[in-house]
Design a protein around this ligand. Structure first.
Ligand SMILES: Cc1cc2nc3c(=O)[nH]c(=O)nc-3n(C[C@H](O)[C@H](O)[C@H](O)COP(=O)(O)OP(=O)(O)OC[C@H]3O[C@@H](n4cnc5c(N)ncnc54)[C@H](O)[C@@H]3O)c2cc1C
Length: 420
């Protein structure tokens, strides 16, 4: 049976970036992925991943430090956003954040998820590690003794000093370890797709809060083979399940008209849409991220409402913190599978993740309630925050992920440091 320092289960954005970071730091790594790695460098311009992420500066820093960012840039499907505009449909409340206010060239970037995984999978092609593709973890020894043994679905077994669950929201590793979660459904399902609009998006991420949901228009680049005056956005429309599914079923012209109305025509007409997908939204947080010889990262540890686009940004911060913890343990000749070492990672990340989840939860509740008092409160609150620059600055810094205690992998590479 092969033995590894670290066995990472899941090669999504979080697991693949962790693999890159740990291999670069000299660990002997196995990566187990239920699907296959996809290192395609381009796709037809009309073939667009409906799943996109708004990446914070901290996430960009991590991808830069891992050398994935130049590969992402080369794919030419990257859109910087320089402003965020948030408003309440039931009043006059409005909040605007701009890169200029932050003395930055941009607030973040919008990317198709698969461009991120593809860049990381391209990097992995040139690294020394063991890949178990098309392999699902189906069993794991959970006794206290280290190392842990994983059984894959085709019967093979591997052992590792440390197992990392990076296997997403329904983490098998988390279940096999018996790590409990606190979880509940949001009253929302998210309808996601790409739409063509008649007016320029002005490099702005737009978000409209309505009585029954939240509608986000995220700017996308114009495909290179299209006229410069073609404009595209990715939409995330979080609504009650029945409403989201009804919208998915509408004929295209009716859907475009309804979407344009719901967005108050701010970006002109909605001219066309790609295939529409509906995703159930569930809040989930593992009560513990660690056991002896085992640790959770990314959606395996926490899933949150996409309203502030923070899910994978938190996952990338987990990656940076775990790499830092394990590198330090190695330098200090400590047992990296021990609870005392893994506790350092958990302490660093759990509080941060909980704070962000609580903030998103209160936004979702505050804006999901049609009560007139609450409507007045949130409109007043928005306008108040807009005028009060220290609070606005704090919220902007949270969204950009540029807090004071960033682990090294999330910090700007030296030449760019002075832009933050
Ligand atoms: C509508 C929507 C919009 C969002 N927008 C944003 C945004 O703007 N910004 C942001 O930061 N986040 C956003 N998120 C959240 C973000 O998409 C997730 O946080 C992110 O995809 C999680 O990545 P992950 O690598 O942890 O998990 P996943 O992407 O789920 O990857 C898990 C991997 O593990 C593999 N796997 C699963 N089980 C096994 C097994 N038993 N054995 C082996 N392999 C296994 C899977 O095949 C997969 O490759 C959004 C989410 C939603 C739903």
């Amino acid at each position: 049976m092969s033995h590894f320092d670290v066995a990472i289960v899941g090669a999504g954005m979080v697991g693949a970036s962790l693999a890159c970071g740990l291999i670069d730091a000299g660990f002997k790594v196995a990566l187990v992925e239920a699907g296959h790695l996809n290192s395609a460098q381009n796709w037809p311009s009309d073939d667009v991943d409906a799943r996109v992420s708004a990446l914070s500066l901290a996430s960009k820093n991590l991808l830069q430090n891992l050398s994935a960012w130049p590969l992402i840039e080369r794919m030419g499907r990257l859109q910087a956003y320089r402003a965020m505009q948030v408003w309440d449909a039931c009043g006059t409340g409005q909040l605007t954040f701009t890169a200029a206010e932050q003395h930055l060239p941009y607030l973040g970037h919008i990317l198709e998820n698969r461009t991120i995984t593809s860049a990381l999978h391209q990097l992995l092609e040139h690294k020394q590690y063991h890949l178990y593709a098309n392999s699902q973890v189906v069993d794991m020894t959970v006794e206290e003794s280290s190392p842990r043994r994983l059984t894959l679905d085709h019967g093979e077994q591997i052992s590792a000093t440390l197992v990392v669950g990076a296997d997403g929201a329904n983490s098998k590793v988390r279940q096999l370890a018996g790590l409990p979660t606190r979880e509940w459904d949001y009253p929302h399902h998210a309808l996601v797709t790409r739409v063509k609009i008649s007016k320029p998006h002005d490099d702005t991420a737009w978000q409209r809060f309505t009585e029954d949901g939240i509608l986000a228009f995220l700017p996308l680049p114009t495909p290179t083979d299209e006229a410069k005056n073609a404009h595209y956005c990715s939409i995330v429309w979080s609504r009650p399940k029945a409403a989201a599914e009804a919208m998915q079923e509408l004929p295209e012209h009716e859907f475009c008209a309804a979407l344009g109305r719901a967005f108050e025509g701010r970006l002109g007409e909605v001219l066309a849409t790609d295939q529409r997908h509906v995703i159930a939204l569930r809040q989930r947080h593992a009560k513990r991220y660690i056991q002896k010889g085992l640790v959770l990262v990314g959606d395996a540890a926490h899933t949150i409402h996409p309203l502030a686009g923070q899910g994978v940004n938190l996952g990338f911060l987990d990656v940076a913190a775990l790499v830092q913890t394990l590198v330090q343990a190695k330098a200090d000749h400590l047992d990296m599978a021990s609870l005392s070492v893994l506790q350092i990672y958990q302490t660093q990340r759990r509080g941060d993740n909980l704070r962000m989840m609580a903030l998103m939860e209160s936004f979702a509740r505050l804006f999901g309630n049609p009560h007139p008092m609450l409507s007045m409160l949130r409109n007043t609150g928005m306008n108040w925050v807009q005028k009060l620059s220290p609070i606005k600055q704090h919220l902007a810094q949270q969204a950009m992920g540029v807090g004071a205690h960033l682990p090294p992998l999330s910090q700007a590479p030296q030449p760019e440091k002075n832009i933050i």
